[in-house]
Design a protein around this ligand. Sequence first.
Ligand SMILES: C[S@@+](CC[C@H](N)C(=O)[O-])C[C@H]1O[C@@H](n2cnc3c(N)ncnc32)[C@H](O)[C@@H]1O
Length: 279
Amino acid sequence: MDNLEAQTYETFEKGTMKYTQYQRAVSKALLDRVPDEEASTSRTVLMVVGAGRGPFVRASLQAAEETGRKLKVYAVEKNLNAVVTLHSLIRMEGWDNMVTIISSDMRCWDAPEKADILVSELLGSFGDNELSLECLDRAQRFLKPDDISIPSSYTSFIQPVTALKLYNNVKSHKDLAHFETAYVVKLYRVARLAPSKSVFTFTHPEYSDNKSNQRYKKLHFEIPADTGSALVHGFAGYFDAVLYKDVHLGIEPTTTTPNMFSCSTSTQLLKKMSLPSHM
Ligand SMILES: C[S@@+](CC[C@H](N)C(=O)[O-])C[C@H]1O[C@@H](n2cnc3c(N)ncnc32)[C@H](O)[C@@H]1O
């Protein structure tokens, strides 16, 4: 909803692991789409929707170079400040003949041609909390039927936690609203009380007629008997995304991608849980 500050992009860009994983995913998708014998004649159209200051454009072009595939890139970005930086990156790198910058909201843009691969990263820390669904539902009209979205799916997870410091911070506001808010934090002093469980999975592209993004789920957690007594202060939230086939990206503790620290990948959310009165 809001335009990000330059400093936020800088933080994203320090998390190089994310871009390495995207580059691996694009490489695999290019190799699957274009057989070796067509590598010099077939050109893949790739759209980066939400291109920011260009790291996914760079990762995609590097994937094309690595695989020897020809690529035409559209970089779609709604934040005018990021677009300015994107323009100078393209000029500086001499990518003008391969990359077209579109300064627009992806939900309103009329693409001049269809894409073979749609690349995005609107995942937030819970998979579906940065309007990825709402944006990609609209953007998938650019994609040729049965072509590739990177990511192809994402799943959110939650886990009950004891986090006294966070709980006291929230409590100090002395109102319910702060307890009913999801917080993006890097969990540090926290006890994870039971294994996390998956909540919602979304896949892209999704063309079914009766598609709905509404979800409801009830989960039951068993806290191991040897934990002793513990107060559940809230739930940590995570995501895991399948970028393409076996290439994934995520922060769920048992499958986390190493060295992830940008705010979209090292964050959890904490919400109040109603506790039985005897606890
Ligand atoms: C999480 S950031 C990722 C940026 C970049 N890919 C990176 O890693 O540095 C998401 C980007 O998508 C852009 N964005 C979000 N919604 C958009 C929309 N509806 N149309 C175009 N861009 C959008 C934001 O402005 C932001 O630059």
